[in-house]
Write a protein that binds this ligand. Structure first.
Ligand code: SAM
Ligand code: SF4
Length: 347
């Protein structure tokens, strides 16, 4: 039996609840595996095996999947990649997704995670098209480090993207930084200060075993405890209660209003509250970043008659949710890193 044929009753409009009682409300949609950077923790410098162009979902196909997902209770779509702003039709994708409504008639939220490089030219159009929120990745403020880490000398372009986000009406703007030993762990305070100065929220991410080169080393990972210890030398940190399903735990800085977040997927997994599913650019549904099973939507979308697409998509969403494990098992000695790198899964 293939992954898509799990014995799960279909029913467009029913919530997506897994066997552990988790209700799914968030779908991460990867729009491409291509990128303008080559971050060491995500992509190889060369020799990346790109997804076949013919397998990349069209905007019509993405919208078909998203409509069914929204009917089943998904209320947030996060566009990611690869670099989502490399999609030539990105404004159209945002416009069409943000017009989708859920069972209660409310419009879905459309957020995006981006390296920021194309934001100055694209953000006004994206906001007009209905984009709700933006997260921008920024690991260092030093040009030489940025160039070494991303293998591209484009820090100024990212900073221009952050300035564009700060000048837009979108709030909160979030900045994501992967904390790395001997790479940027002496910049943690500086990054938070930069975020505060740009009316943004910094969130540190523990590095995860998702690099295309499979070089992740637990001993080199900067942990949440280390991040908090470093930040405590500068601010009094008070944990913000009521995190819900959010991946980042947050702390008030000196009593607020500014906060810092930490996404501690490795040392403090939040799988018990996970409400996320993922759709790769080539039409594979995934129930976890670290899953080694995928649920292929391409046969449904491309070979079945249009009249049965919704039912087929719904069945596949339910099979994917049904197959979700209680946790990601990174900390299990038998853990196997997924074959795809982060750029092809969608962060
Ligand atoms: N290109 C966009 C960007 O960089 O924001 C979107 C895609 S990227 C894969 C999404 C997020 O995943 C980024 O914040 C990036 O820092 C994070 N990421 C990538 N590889 C990671 C890894 N191995 N561990 C932790 N975070 C990672
Ligand atoms: Fe590109 Fe984002 Fe991966 Fe960096 S983390 S290589 S910007 S997809």
């Amino acid at each position: 039996m293939s992954a898509g044929e799990a014995p799960v009753a279909a029913g467009v409009g029913a919530p997506l609840v897994d066997t552990h009682g988790r209700v799914h409300r968030d779908l991460r949609i990867s729009l491409t595996d291509r990128c303008s950077l080559r971050c060491t923790y995500c992509m190889p410098e060369q020799g990346n095996e790109w997804l076949a162009k013919s397998s990349i979902l069209t905007v019509d196909e993405i919208v078909q999947v998203a409509r069914v997902a929204a009917a089943d209770g998904i209320s947030t779509f996060r566009l990611t990649g690869g670099e989502p702003l490399l999609r030539a039709d990105i404004v159209d994708v945002v416009r069409r997704l943000s017009a989708i409504t859920g069972p209660d008639g409310a419009r879905v939220q459309v957020a995006m995670t981006t390296n920021g490089i194309r934001l100055p030219e694209l953000l006004p159009g994206l906001v007009a098209a209905g984009l709700s929120r933006v997260n921008i990745s920024l690991d260092t403020l030093r040009r030489d480090r940025f160039a070494a880490l991303t293998r591209r000398d484009r820090l100024q372009d990212v900073l221009a993207g952050i300035a564009a986000a700060a000048a837009s009406g979108l709030r909160p703007v979030k900045l994501n930084a992967v904390a790395m030993r001997d790479v940027n762990d002496d910049e943690l305070v500086e990054l938070v200060e930069f975020a505060i100065a740009h009316d943004a929220q910094l969130r540190f991410i523990e590095q995860m075993p998702l690099d295309a080169g499979h070089t992740w080393d637990r001993d080199r990972m900067v942990t949440q405890a280390e991040i908090l210890a470093t930040l405590s030398t500068r601010w009094v940190l008070t944990e913000v209660p009521g995190r819900g399903g959010a991946p980042a735990a947050r702390w008030l800085l000196d009593g607020g209003p500014h906060t810092v977040g930490v996404i501690a997927s490795v040392t403090a997994p939040f799988c018990g509250d996970c409400d996320r599913l993922r759709l790769t650019a080539d039409g594979q549904l995934r129930n976890c970043l670290f899953s080694t099973t995928e649920y292929d939507l391409l046969p449904t979308l491309r070979t079945q008659p249009a009249a049965v697409h919704d039912e087929g998509i719904d069945r596949m969403l339910r099979a994917c949710v049904h197959g979700k494990l209680p946790g990601h098992a990174i900390n299990d000695p038998a853990f196997l890193q997924p074959a795809r790198g982060m750029n092809a899964i969608g962060g």
